[in-house]
Write a protein that binds this ligand. Structure first.
Ligand SMILES: Nc1ncnc2c1ncn2[C@@H]1O[C@H](COP(=O)(O)OP(=O)(O)O)[C@@H](O)[C@H]1O
Ligand SMILES: [Mg+2]
Length: 269
């Protein structure tokens, strides 16, 4: 059964996403999320940080229209809604989920193929997306020939290829080594500045959340609600200098302290 799509925000709205009184209780009876009220401005970079199982992925799935809320309303910008079904909301998962038998190019082509985009237009968009993620030279490579970081870049190109209004990223760099992760953090920020996308990013890393975001939302333990919110009013653009600054350490400490109660009740914490 198709899930009911999120509703559409007014064309004049400065919001990209609005959640009002949203809860999600799975059929199993697990209360995964909410009630949650969240507004994300167009062009904003917001990160949800919280312990494993607090409902972060559930929140992204609701925004993407991949699942329906049990209560409350999920609304997305008219731009994202307009071409919904054509992947106007880009989704990047922790696993790159590439087709092993297909080239980088054909992996990136998938959403355009599903949207029945004309081939010449698709080819141009694929080229552009591969340039954006720095993989132009690997268009004809196969996933088995790529490093973990490069596979994630392919996954990002596949999310960008439809030029989505909103980019949802679910712990995309969690499985990567630290240096690769830092590089991808920087490249993602450069893309965000250039492309003016709305990014909703999920991580359980406090350090990553502060480095990337304009706003960090700290979630409580399940069912996930907003425990605290921080505006990361640090200098832009962020750089490796920021990563080692006292300012950065200060923000990380604040977020960490706010997150502590969410871990308090967990076994092994
Ligand atoms: N499809 C599902 N059916 C039943 N329970 C689910 C489903 N997806 C997630 N859950 C449960 O909902 C809770 C929140 O899951 P999730 O949103 O994946 O958390 P997170 O991404 O923060 O780790 C967990 O307890 C998880 O086991
Ligand atoms: Mg998750």
């Amino acid at each position: 059964m198709a899930e009911p799509a999120p509703s559409e925000l007014d064309a004049g709205s400065s919001l990209a996403v609005s959640l009002r009184g949203v809860t999600k209780v799975y059929d199993s009876g697990v209360a995964a999320l909410g009630p949650l009220d969240l507004e994300v401005n167009r062009g904003e970079f917001v990160t949800l940080v919280g312990p494993s199982g607090c409902g972060k992925s559930t929140a992204l799935r609701l925004i993407a229209g991949l699942a329906a809320p049990t209560a409350g309303t999920v609304s997305v910008s008219h731009l994202a809604a307009e071409v919904r079904g054509h992947h106007s909301i880009g989704f990047v998962f922790q696993e790159p989920t590439l087709m092993p038998w297909a080239s980088v190019r054909d992996n990136v082509r998938l959403p355009l193929k599903l949207a029945h985009a004309p081939t010449s237009e698709a080819d141009a968009r694929i080229d552009e997306a591969l340039v954006q993620v720095g993989l132009a030279e690997f268009a004809h490579a196969y996933p088995r020939e790529l490093s973990g970081g490069m596979k994630m870049r392919v996954s990002l190109a596949r999310a960008l290829v439809t030029d989505p209004d909103i980019l949802l990223m679910d712990e995309p760099f969690a499985a990567l080594d630290e240096i690769t992760r830092f590089r991808l953090n920087n490249d993602l920020l450069a893309l965000w500045r250039k492309l003016h996308k709305t990014v909703i990013f999920v991580t359980h890393s406090v350090f990553e959340s502060v480095y990337l975001s304009q706003r960090v939302i700290v979630m409580t333990a399940r069912p996930g609600r907003i425990g605290a919110e921080f505006r990361i009013s640090a200098t832009e653009p962020r750089s490796e200098e920021f990563r080692t600054s006292a300012e950065y350490a200060g923000f990380c400490r604040q977020v960490s302290n706010a997150l502590a109660p969410a871990y308090a009740g967990q076994a092994g914490a």
